[in-house]
Design a protein around this ligand. Structure first.
Ligand SMILES: C[S@@+](CC[C@H](N)C(=O)[O-])C[C@H]1O[C@@H](n2cnc3c(N)ncnc32)[C@H](O)[C@@H]1O
Length: 290
């Protein structure tokens, strides 16, 4: 790992991307929660993981057999979590995403600003896991052309409704390298508040895939969600799930929080050099060069 050149001091602000427990703690009944998943998930009466995960939970007996290797079981688990994320985004979160998380946090805005200043007007960039296209107005103001990918068709529909000029594709971060016309195409990419959904086994393929879409020396703005030290440990959502170190199942969601050294090694192996890093709003922000 090459050295980080500059570090931005910690910025304190509201966390984006998922609900954290706080003053407005509520105890929603299952139906209420499904209708309004934006309410706090830290409740003794919160719905069962199954309801929050589109009816899917990890059934260890069904998903493994005596002859299954640990690797097979993990593969099935991660594939299921990916499917659960698509279902959650499509059915629970897409409809109200912009109302609840449509704002741009200060630290995210700062890094988007740094990213855009490296690029030239007219450059084409990839917004990987673009969601509803929250950053598109800012990117357009910098005269950038955008292609968006996300694995949730409902999130993409919202993005397209707001800005039909941006071309989008329904594609998982793990599969970006399989799109031939993306190879070496982009002058830059952003992947904001999404990598925490990728399991450790899929990191090399995902980061390598993102890198493969970039031209030499192109900038990439990536965020890594940080575990919140204020979180009280929840009862495990899915006690039989084959979790590894750094993985959390919480409120129906899966997140992976690798150690900073592992992030650095993974970026280095994928061909990213970090040129600026900072923390704020619950995320570590990394501005990299391919
Ligand atoms: C918290 S939202 C962030 C969206 C957008 N980047 C933003 O900052 O507003 C996370 C997005 O990542 C997408 N996502 C999660 N896992 C993904 C994966 N494996 N492949 C593609 N998209 C994924 C979700 O569908 C969702 O749109």
């Amino acid at each position: 790992m090459r050295p980080i050149v500059t570090v931005t001091p910690i910025i304190v602000g509201s966390r984006c991307g998922r609900c954290r427990h706080g003053r407005q703690r509520v105890r929603p009944a299952d139906r209420e929660y499904i209708r309004n998943p934006w309410r706090c998930r830290h409740s003794t009466q919160r719905p069962r993981a199954r309801l929050l995960a589109g009816g899917m939970t990890w059934d260890h007996d069904r998903m493994s057999s005596p002859s299954s290797s640990g690797q097979d079981v993990r593969r099935r688990f991660l594939d299921q979590r990916r499917q659960i994320n698509v279902t959650r985004m499509n059915t629970l979160f897409a409809a109200g995403y912009d109302d609840h998380w449509g704002h741009i946090n200060r630290s995210h805005a700062e890094f988007i600003g740094r990213f855009t200043t490296i690029l030239a007007p007219g450059d084409e960039i990839l917004d990987a896991a673009c969601g509803t296209g929250k950053y598109w107005p800012t990117l357009h103001r910098a005269d950038l052309r955008i292609i968006g990918v996300d694995h949730s068709e409902a999130m993409l529909e919202n993005a397209r409704a707001k800005d039909p000029t941006v071309s989008t594709q329904c594609c998982a971060l793990q599969e970006v390298a399989a799109i031939p016309e993306f190879t070496g195409r982009f002058a830059g990419l952003i992947c904001v508040d999404a990598i925490e959904n990728i399991g450790p086994e899929d990191w090399p393929r995902t980061l390598g895939g993102l890198r493969s879409t970039l031209r030499q020396s192109a900038p990439a703005y990536l965020t890594m969600e940080l575990p919140d030290p204020a979180d009280k440990p929840d009862p495990p959502d899915d006690p039989a799930a084959p979790l590894v170190n750094g993985e959390v199942l919480d409120g129906g969601a899966y997140h992976y929080y690798p150690a900073e050294t592992l992030v650095a090694e993974s970026l280095d192996s994928a061909g990213f050099r970090v040129i600026h890093a900072g923390e704020g709003d619950g995320y570590r922000h990394l501005l990299c060069i391919a």
